[in-house]
Design a protein around this ligand. Structure first.
Ligand code: BV8
Ligand code: ZN
Length: 245
């Protein structure tokens, strides 16, 4: 895989890097991307139609079981070379922050130490009514019930139509003013407001590096478009930029 000397110099001179990721960075771990066709029980549903508060209120058992199915699948996977290369960046650059749309927790498991989860984390749960964190281990019901108020427990993710966690969003947005390089890896850039981050970075004059096997609407704002799988491109890019690293 060849990279331009300009790209390699940009990386080597970077002090602060923001790595923005979507479901594609977990694809090579075996986690279906968000817009991959759903399989099995869920084949007739679109993820966007299940990941909403209305869907949960309409059919809490189905939505809860969908998350249990995804958690079961995610439990079995490991971070892939893309996650590991992103974590290794921290040894090569002064500051690296990962801003992820993913809810699988794989960046932290790969060793990334500064991860902002814009859309929550599927390993947490909270009460739909009182919003207290919920421990579901001893609740026999589906969905489990809140031990405090009896409300239904839901996964700790951000659903469509819900605001992103304010602290996560403002920290990610503020970082745009101070990063030298913005990686945009494995995202179709369809979901807002997350998809506005690469655009803002570009408007701030920060070079955007897009890594995706497919074209996306953000190709035109990227200074570098690396067409390929994250698990192949990222390790090769780090080896080329820091050969002795
Ligand atoms: C909000 C958690 C307001 C849940 C998720 C009309 C126009 C524009 C916007 C809207 C609209 N109508 C509504 C909206 C807003 C809406 C939205 O953006 N909708 C979209 C569908 C149009 N957004 C919201 O509702 C957000 N909230 O706006 O709130 C508000 C404000 C104040 C007060 C109240 C309300 C909330 C959005 C968060 C939704 N939750 N996830 C769960 O996971 O179950 S989003 C979900 O999509 C995942 O987190 C996923 O990460 C994310 C983005 O998708 P991608 O990551 O990009 O995944 P995708 O499958 O699409 O693409 C994968 C890519 O990887 C592809 O490009 C593929 O080529 C590539 N790839 C594949 N293999 C590889 C690879 N790349 C590299 N290597 C590989 N090997
Ligand atoms: Zn409660």
């Amino acid at each position: 895989m060849n990279f331009t000397s300009d790209l390699l110099a940009t990386l080597r001179n970077a002090r602060r890097i923001l790595v923005f990721t979507g479901a594609g960075v977990s694809a090579e771990s075996g986690v279906p991307t968000f817009r991959d066709a759903q399989t099995g029980l869920w084949a007739k549903h679109r993820a966007e139609d299940l990941a909403t508060p209305d869907a949960f209120l309409r059919d809490p058992v189905m939505v809860w079981n969908w998350y249990e199915w995804r958690r079961e699948l995610m439990r079995k996977v490991e971070p892939n070379p893309a996650h590991l290369a992103i974590a290794r960046l921290e040894q090569l650059v002064e500051r690296v922050t990962v801003v992820t749309q993913n809810v699988d927790g794989l960046h932290a498991r790969a060793g990334s130490t500064d991860v902002i989860e814009l859309h929550g984390n599927v390993w947490t749960n909270f009460c739909f009514d009182c919003r207290r964190p919920a421990d579901v281990s001893d609740s026999p019901q589906v969905p489990p019930r809140c031990s405090h108020c009896g409300g239904m427990v839901r996964p700790g993710v951000v659903w469509f139509g819900e605001a992103l966690p304010a602290a996560a969003w403002s920290r990610a947005y503020d970082l745009l003013q101070s990063v030298d390089v913005f990686f945009c890896i494995g995202t179709s850039s369809l979901v807002e407001p997350a998809a506005s981050l690469p655009r803002e970075a570009r408007l701030n004059g920060c070079p955007v590096i897009q890594i995706n096997p497919e074209p996306t609407s953000h190709d035109e704002i990227a200074q570098y478009v690396l067409r390929g799988k994250a698990g192949e491109v990222m390790p090769a890019l780090l080896a080329a930029a820091w050969p002795t690293g």
